[in-house]
Write a protein that binds this ligand. Sequence first.
Ligand SMILES: [Cu+2]
Length: 119
Amino acid sequence: MRNAHNRLAAATLFLALAFGLSTASPTQAAAAEAKVTIDNFTFDPPKLTVKAGTTVTWVNRDDIPHTIASSTRAFKSKALDTDNSFTFTFTAPGTYAYFCSLHPHMTGTIVVEASSATQ
Ligand SMILES: [Cu+2]
């Protein structure tokens, strides 16, 4: 009788732990991602607003090479061939202007807002 009761208690504890872990994981997976597409000598969207901690991926869909170069040298890619990509994770809030160093008239902006989760 006592054994059966202990086993039931153990099973209940196990379920409580499993439920606790499963409800905790969604908040852990808050790493955001965003994408900028390069095509026809244009960054699309030209201005992107993200939360701090977001990883931005630029993908070159144009048929000639382009780069992503921060105006303040916060980041700089190598020349991206067609379908190549470059990623950068923005941890600090601010406004990040960038351009293509091969075609400096190509410009874009990433606006990074404070992440509410870290405040
Ligand atoms: Cu370019």
